[in-house]
Design a protein around this ligand. Structure first.
Ligand code: G3H
Ligand code: 13P
Ligand code: ZN
Length: 354
């Protein structure tokens, strides 16, 4: 079994100058697609489950699925991460179900709609970090609220996403506040806001610096060179996937995602975890639509799921290669969680001030 903590994996990524895609999973097919791609290129893996994914599959199913994948691919370290935990209970139950890492998203209140105060965010994130570190699990916090710099609004993903108009101060993480936040909460990784948002409809045009503020990431990295940064909403929404969906009966309005070259720029500036869900959804759904339109007599789910898995695998492989994750799995010797817990207790994993 090779379950790794986020902290150990991102420390390795920082030492070796690469980024790690964090793919969302809900089911076996997505898990297999990620692992097949990782094995092809020797990449370590971050799989993450949202609260929606946990209620879709059930915690017991997810736990056994991840353990099965780890058994099938013992050479690939897997970090199992809670995506957008909304409170202490979500994060602690994830850890009880074998997750090695949690995100405490205190940028929003527990309803995942109301932007939270800075004081609320610090207090809840610090509590979760203390709890997780006792058992050696890692914690990602978020400072700044995800949302579009074009509209000032967040996309709503299954009921999660800030409601109402957001100000520029909320939409762009403040570098000085980031230093204070990391020092006070002791998070292992920091998700920042720079104009990306969840879902397919991120930008109305190919983004430039006015609507995708990569300079904010550079400024944060200068102040916090030892902190692992996380980009959410980092699907690229490839044109070819939009075209497959739309030529096979879909009706997705033209849209633009985060160009992979901008993510590569982020990786040069401290971004170590890159969250991708929408691209995988689109890769699979494109194939479902294609099979359904090409062979209307087809009713065997495997005839839909096999090409869907292959399309997702190709996407994952591309991101592992472009982010520099490929070729790194074999050199990681997994540190058990107990050992990580001891290191937190000693203070040797505390954030280092800039
Ligand atoms: O956080 C956003 C991810 O795309 C998860 O989405 O809540 O629909 O599973 P979900
Ligand atoms: P996308 O919707 O861009 O794939 O973002 C996923 C994400 O940030 C999950 O936390
Ligand atoms: Zn996210």
């Amino acid at each position: 079994m090779s379950l790794i903590t986020l902290r150990q994996l991102l420390d390795h990524a920082a030492e070796n100058d690469y980024g790690v895609p964090a793919f969302n999973i809900n089911n076996m097919e997505q898990g297999l697609a990620i692992m097949k791609a990782a094995k092809k290129c020797d990449a370590p893996v971050i799989m993450q489950a949202s609260r929606g994914a946990r209620s879709y599959s059930g915690d017991i199913m997810l736990r056994h699925m991840v353990q099965a994948l780890a058994e099938m691919y013992p050479e690939i370290p897997i970090c199992m991460h809670q995506d957008h935990g909304n409170n202490e209970a979500t994060c602690s139950s994830a850890i009880r179900h074998g997750f090695t890492s949690v995100m405490m998203d205190g940028s929003l209140e527990a309803d995942m709609k109301t932007p939270a105060s800075y004081e609320y965010n610090i207090a809840i994130t610090e509590r979760v970090a203390r709890m997780a570190h006792w058992v050696g699990a890692s914690v990602e916090g978020e400072l700044g609220v995800l949302g579009s710099l074009e509209t000032g609004e967040a996309e709503e993903e299954d009921g999660s996403g800030a409601s109402g108009k957001l100000s520029m101060e909320q939409l762009l993480t403040d570098p000085d506040q980031a230093v204070d936040f990391v020092e006070k909460t002791k998070v292992d990784a920091l998700a920042i806001a720079c104009g990306t948002s969840h879902g397919a409809y991120k930008f109305s045009r190919k983004p430039d610096g006015d609507i995708l503020a990569m300079n904010v990431i550079e400024a944060i990295h200068k102040k916090l060179p030892g902190t692992h940064l996380v980009m959410h909403g980092s699907s690229s929404v490839p044109q070819e996937l939009q075209d497959i969906i739309n030529t096979c009966g879909g009706d997705m309005p033209q849209t633009y995602g985060v160009p992979v070259e901008e993510i590569e720029r982020g990786i040069k500036n401290g971004v170590r975890k890159v969250n991708i869900d929408t691209d995988c959804r689109m890769a699979m759904t494109g194939q479902f639509r294609k099979i359904a339109t090409q062979d209307a007599t087809q009713f065997d789910p495997r005839k839909f799921l096999i090409p869907a898995m292959e399309a997702m695998e190709a996407l994952c492989l591309d991101r592992f290669e472009r982010f520099g994750t490929a070729g790194n799995a074999a050199s990681i010797k997994v540190i058990p969680m107990d050992n990580m817990a001891r290191r937190y207790a000693e203070g040797s994993l505390d954030p280092v001030a800039a």
